[in-house]
Write a protein that binds this ligand. Sequence first.
Ligand SMILES: [Zn+2]
Length: 223
Amino acid sequence: MSAINAPSRPVIEALVRSTLAKQLGQEAPANPPTLVVNSSARHMHISPENLEALFGKGAKLTVHKMLYQEGQFASEQTVTLIGPRRRVIPNLRILGPCRNLTQIELAITDAIQLGMDIPVRMSGDIQGTPGGYVMGPKGMLEMKDGIIRAARHVHMSPSDAKFYGVKHLDRITMKVTSPMCNTRFDEMIVRVDPSFKLEVHIDTDEANACDLERVTKVELIKS
Ligand SMILES: [Zn+2]
């Protein structure tokens, strides 16, 4: 027979708070979860087959730096993206682990530099998007499609979703307070999964637009 686990301290505190609040005839005061905002620089997601095409048979992604979401990492592997007019983006980093879909996420500034017109899409939704050529140390890859600007989004757990009163694929607004540079990001896609930590992903253009480095406050507001 297994022992009954004692509730952890935060659970006990929440219970005490809600009991007190009930006695006082109030709603339990909710602690806002810690909101992290990160900008994603241009990057590539890759399938195991395409990784082998670029890096040779048996190639594996190796960790350069772990990211905030559990198990996700920036790999040591980089490639060169070649645009339609032979303009290139070198040192394009691959994020790991491998996925079943190969996809490249660029900011609009990157696309302008390449001379490409790219649509805003949610990660994985690549039908009808432009492709390109990718060069690795051991080979070339022709991508028929998969080059997008990733739609701004927020990762959250089911309990965070409950806190904000939203569900998977709802839209939410992020209000950013920054000296001389207050900004709102509407239409932020909510992505809910039990494995997710609360984190907003915007691209480098969006981060620069709100001067993310000097931001003093961020809030998520139900649209
Ligand atoms: Zn994300």
